[in-house]
Write a protein that binds this ligand. Structure first.
Ligand code: ADP
Ligand code: MG
Length: 262
């Protein structure tokens, strides 16, 4: 291989991986421009990113580098200005709003920094909410929500309202809500940003567990301890990927479970 061919190959690495292994997430040359006229903001510039099923990816970068914009596009909450996005090999640009919402509801679990729970509503009702779209009967919804809360150690908090729970407990309710539909992908935007260190390690253990049981996990963070738990770290600067580091193989257990993280 000539140097030029090697350079070409390196440039097309995301596409090559996507083509060979069947990426669950496949962004190509994605740009996002907000606004019009002279107040345009290039939130993302030519981002190509392929994520394999079962991988655990941390997306890092300074405030304003485009992390949330990228998460919104991956989660089908927003669309690229230019470039293409294939989710599970389906070009999302070809889906109508209903199909897109359906894919989002069944395929992706979202976790946010500020939990985004519905106030004055029990933990159980919060976790049941995503199941309303799935056509399950009331009893089945209740049962599934109770099981998800139990899996997160919250069986004794099902009747509590968000303001009666600690930050860590609220985030666990939010994670129960994210996983109750059994999505293949978990997308988390600064999930530990509002948590103390004890709650942070609880949440990180939950993500390790979700990944080891087959979910693809994507976590946006600016915390080094959080990124250390991922199998791959992607860094954004000014809307571009400037670094892409593999910390553990995509198919094996995450680094912490291998004893590679202190
Ligand atoms: P991060 O999550 O890394 O802090 P964001 O993706 O939120 O970054 O934002 C990237 C850039 O896009 C920032 O300059 C931000 O001000 C801008 N931006 C984000 N959302 C919007 C929006 N809805 N309208 C206009 N500009 C936006
Ligand atoms: Mg953000």
């Amino acid at each position: 291989m000539t140097t030029d061919e090697m350079a070409t190959r390196a440039t097309h690495e995301p596409e090559r991986i996507a083509a060979e292994r069947g990426a669950v997430i496949d962004l190509r040359d994605v740009s996002k421009i907000y606004g019009m006229g002279d107040i345009q903001v290039h939130a993302l510039r030519d981002v190509s990113l392929a994520v394999e099923r079962g991988d655990y990816v941390a997306i890092m970068g300074a405030s304003g580098s485009g992390k949330t914009t990228l998460m919104n596009i991956i989660g089908c909450l927003d669309v690229p200005t230019t470039g293409s996005y294939r989710l599970d090999a389906v070009n999302v640009a070809e889906l109508d709003d209903l199909e897109l919402a359906d894919r989002r509801n069944r395929g992706i679990g979202f976790v946010f920094q500020s939990f985004n729970l519905i106030p004055r509503t029990t933990a159980l009702a919060n976790v049941e909410l995503p199941l309303l779209y799935g056509g399950l009967k009331r009893g089945q919804r209740r049962q599934r929500a109770q099981a998800a809360l139990a899996a997160l150690g919250l069986s004794d908090r099902v009747g509590h309202h968000p303001n009666e729970l600690s930050g860590g407990q609220q985030q666990r309710v939010a994670i129960a809500r994210a996983i109750v539909t059994n999505p293949a992908i978990i997308l988390a935007d600064e999930p530990t940003g509002a948590l103390d260190s004890a709650s942070t390690s609880e949440v990180l253990s939950i993500f390790d567990h979700l990944n080891v049981t087959g979910r693809t996990v994507i976590v946006i963070t600016h915390e080094v301890e959080v990124a250390a738990r991922a199998k791959r770290v992607v860094r954004l600067r000014d809307g571009s990927i400037v670094e892409d580091q593999r910390q553990a193989p995509p198919q094996g257990p995450p680094p912490y479970l291998m004893g590679q993280v202190a």
